[in-house]
Design a protein around this ligand. Structure first.
Ligand SMILES: CC(C)(COP(=O)(O)OP(=O)(O)OC[C@H]1O[C@@H](n2cnc3c(N)ncnc32)[C@H](O)[C@@H]1OP(=O)(O)O)[C@@H](O)C(=O)NCCC(=O)NCCS
Length: 210
């Protein structure tokens, strides 16, 4: 079995979790050789895995390399993705073996689906999305590029989540609602109305935070 090289952008907390995710994927179906992290701030090894340089260095990699952007902040993810222009780089989706994907679930490049997440049917997930631990994604949901759905968040049927949205830990969005681009839904919020682009909503029921 030839293993494919993979690198993680971001050696912080999520980066460590993605390193473990890759180990757990390999334990079921060996496919990846994790060569290290790329990070603009951290230089020392993290959990025994080397940091190979800053993100910019990836633009001069001369062989095919899978890359995953391990950052929770949607704007940071988008900035990093926009800064990479090397055709040797590709962005596989990484899906934990315990995640449950139903029927007609489309997952974009670079998306990370971690342990315990459940997605049912007719769902479209964009590029570089994070579905963190135990999130549930109902039927006919769409999620835009760079969005992060934090642990234990729940999206009901027909929900439309825009580009670069952050849905906080334990938040719920009721059926058929739309959350606009770059909006933030606070941890624990219960969204009962559409959320405007760029807005931050918190609480139960969720209200806009000025
Ligand atoms: C909603 C959120 C995005 C706001 O962040 P922020 O703009 O930096 O806001 P602040 O932390 O400065 O808080 C501003 C006010 O909102 C309140 N607030 C913040 N988050 C809240 C939440 N989730 N629910 C209710 N109130 C909240 C704060 O208590 C504070 O109130 P005050 O002005 O009366 O003191 C953030 O608090 C949040 O919930 N992020 C989700 C984090 C998460 O899920 N992380 C997962 C990591 S795996």
């Amino acid at each position: 079995m030839i293993l494919k090289n993979i690198a993680i952008i971001g050696a912080g907390g999520l980066g460590k979790e993605v390193a473990v995710l890759i180990q757990q994927i390999n334990a079921v179906n060996a496919g990846w050789n994790l060569i290290g992290f790329y990070d603009d701030c951290i230089e020392h090894p993290v959990i025994g895995i080397p940091v190979l340089g800053s993100t910019e260095k990836l633009n001069s990699v001369s062989k095919a390399l899978a890359v995953v952007i391990a950052m929770g902040n949607p704007q940071q993810k988008q900035k990093i993705a926009d800064s990479l222009h090397n055709n040797n780089l590709y962005f596989p989706a990484l899906i934990h073996p315990s995640a449950s994907l139903g029927v007609n679930v489309i997952v974009g490049d670079g998306t990370i689906i971690t342990a315990g997440s459940r997605l049912t049917v007719d769902i479209t997930i964009g590029k570089h999305v994070l579905l963190n631990l135990n999130s549930t994604i109902g039927h006919d949901v769409t999620i835009g590029d760079y969005t992060s759905i934090m642990p234990g968040a729940h999206l009901s049927g027909f929900v439309q989540i825009g580009l670069g949205v952050m849905v906080g830990t334990g938040a719920s969005v009721l059926q058929k609602l739309k959350v606009g681009d770059y909006a933030r839904v606070g941890a624990g919020a219960l969204v009962t109305n559409n959320v405007n682009s760029g807005a931050t909503v918190v609480g139960v029921p969720a209200r806009e935070k000025i």
